[in-house]
Structure formats: structure tokens, C-alpha cells
Design a protein around this ligand. Structure first.
Ligand code: CP
Length: 306
């Protein structure tokens, strides 16, 4: 039903397949509104969630998506596995596959590790975030949330704000949004915007007020202190004053702009609590759409039955 066996990233991913996933996700959103939120579509299929990095939203929503589709689901945590005894990634993957599984959902700190995994196993591989490379399922739920709010993604003006350099969400959003016909501007400190990012079809701005004036929606990224070797901006206070989505800033621009955030948030740094919890924010809609999007991805990749 989709042209590629795996979902490793959205770079060069067919636009029609992104749209098929989003359309299917809206059908599963209806399942999530029912009193009994479960369908038998993936009965008999087994999915392993292989997480080498911390996660709240992605891990829980994948697990919920699997349970809502009646798949059997197993969670693997690197910190309590035989990796701690020196077992290799390849041996770990091949031992898991020997237990007759159908798909692996993997989060790993190393860019490219999901592609490497496809060389070791026959199972379907879904990238749940690989280092600073891609986070395709997050981008799909972001696009679904935009379509839900605006009716379509094509023609939308979307700002991506903050730490673009370290963000897999930014990269997948850029690939997905431009593929579906949105206009994208990235905005943040010069030290957190990769050189030549315009080559990905985006505009660069260092003026947050101008981007907020222009945008229909902005996706506000977390400042990833854990991925920064050195301080790449002078202080949190300065970051907030130049690039934080504050109440004062939104009042000053005097127009509606939809606020998104992939989470986890640094409240009071890149986004004020009042904004995050306010009417313009669709952050918790994104979380719900994450379950529906991941149901759609699993269903389409594993040949689920209607
Ligand atoms: N958005 C996101 O990937 O959140 P988690 O790290 O909690 O999964």
C-alpha cells in the first residue's frame, strides 16, 4: 500500500504516500473517539519497540497504536538488555528477529542506525528518531495536525523556530512540508542554523517577530542542551528574549498564529507556559494525532486488514 517497505525518513519520500498516511490517520482518529478504542486490523502481527534513547510521547504512542490495532507488542530498553554485557547491535537485532517478529520501531542516538538495521533483519523498520537525522513519524503527525486545523498543508506558511542544527524534527518537517507544498521558514540563532540549509527549499530568518507576522503556524523546537558540545548562545535569558514565544511577543504582533511544539518543552525558555497552555496552541492535539498517525503507519506497512 506504500511504495517503500520501511519508514526511515521523509527525504525523497513520495508525497502521495505521505498523504495516504495522513488520510488513513484521520480514519483512525475516529477509532480513538469510540468508547472501545480497538480494531482487529493487526491481529497476529508482532512489533518490537527498540528504544536506545529516552522517550515519552513517541514510545507510548507507538505502544498505544499497536495495542489499538490488536498487534502483539514487546518493549526493549537498552539499559536493561544484554547490550550492557557487550552484545553487539547486529546480534541484538538478529536475536530479536529470530523470535519471529514483523516490525521493529527503533529510536537510536546514531544517525543512520535504522538504515543499518534494515541490513540485519527482514522485518519492517520504522524510525522513531535517529540522532540529529530524522523523526519521520513526528513530521507526519505535525502535518496531520496542520491539515486538521487548516484543511490542507499545501500553501501554508510554516515557521520552524529554534535549534534547527540539532533537530531531527526540523529536518523531517522540512522534507515533509515542502513535499506537500507548504512554504517553510526556519528561524533561530545563527549558531543553531546549519549553513546551506536553503538548499532544502526553505527560507532563513533571524527575526522571530517577522516570522510570526508571516506565518500561519510555527513549530517551536526544544533547546537541546544534551546535544550541544559547547554553549551555542550566550544565555537562556538572551535566547528567550530573542527567540522565545512569549505572551508579550504574540500580543505585539496582534494576529493569530497556531503554535506547535513536538515536546518535551522547556517552559520559560523557547515557549512561555501561558502560550503552551493557551488557545493558539495545538500541542496536545499533536500528541493525540501521534497515536492516529502511528496506527496508520503500522497498518499500511504491515498490510493490515480493514
Ligand atoms: N516528540 C518526541 O519525540 O517526544 P519524545 O522524545 O518524548 O518521544
Amino acid at each position: 500500500m506504500l511504495q517503500q517497505k520501511h519508514l526511515l525518513g521523509l527525504e525523497n519520500y513520495p508525497a502521495e504516500d505521505i498523504q495516504t498516511i495522513i488520510d488513513t490517520a484521520f480514519e483512525f482518529r475516529e477509532v480513538l473517539e469510540r468508547p472501545i478504542k480497538k480494531v482487529p486490523s493487526l491481529q497476529g502481527k508482532t512489533v518490537v519497540n527498540l528504544f536506545f534513547e529516552n522517550s515519552t510521547r513517541t514510545r507510548i504512542s507507538f505502544e498505544l497504536a499497536q495495542k489499538r490495532l490488536s498487534a502483539d507488542t514487546v518493549n526493549f530498553s537498552a539499559s536493561s538488555s544484554s547490550l550492557k554485557k557487550g552484545e553487539s547491535f547486529k546480534d541484538t537485532a538478529q536475536n530479536i528477529e529470530a523470535m519471529k517478529i514483523d516490525a521493529i520501531v527503533m529510536r537510536h542516538p546514531t544517525p543512520g542506525s535504522p538504515l543499518q538495521l534494515t541490513k540485519y533483519v527482514d522485518a519492517v523498520v520504522i524510525n522513531a528518531g535517529d540522532g540529529t537525522h530524522e523523526h519521520p513519524t513526528q513530521a507526519i503527525l505535525d502535518m496531520m495536525s496542520l491539515q486538521e486545523r487548516f484543511g490542507k498543508v499545501a500553501g501554508l506558511k510554516v515557521g520552524i523556530i529554534g535549534d534547527i542544527s540539532h533537530s531531527r524534527v526540523a529536518r523531517s518537517d522540512i522534507f515533509g512540508l515542502t513535499s506537500l507544498g507548504a512554504e517553510v521558514t526556519v528561524c533561530g540563532p545563527a549558531t543553531l542554523i546549519p549553513p546551506e540549509i536553503e538548499g532544502l527549499g526553505v527560507t532563513v530568518s533571524y527575526d522571530l517577530d517577522a516570522v510570526l507576522e508571516w506565518a500561519d503556524a510555527v513549530n517551536v523546537l526544544r533547546i537541546q542542551r544534551e546535544r550541544m558540545g559547547v554553549g551555542l548562545f550566550p544565555s537562556v535569558r538572551e535566547y528567550r528574549s530573542l527567540f522565545g514565544i512569549t505572551v508579550e511577543r504574540l500580543e505585539r504582533i496582534g494576529k493569530e498564529v497556531v503554535i506547535m511544539h513536538p515536546g518535551p518543552m522547556n517552559r520559560g525558555v523557547e515557549i512561555d507556559s501561558t502560550v503552551a497552555d493557551g488557545d493558539q496552541a495545538i500541542i496536545l492535539d499533536q500528541v493525540l494525532n501521534g497515536v492516529a498517525s502511528r496506527m496508520a503507519i503500522l497498518f499500511l506497512l504491515l498490510g493490515g486488514k480493514v
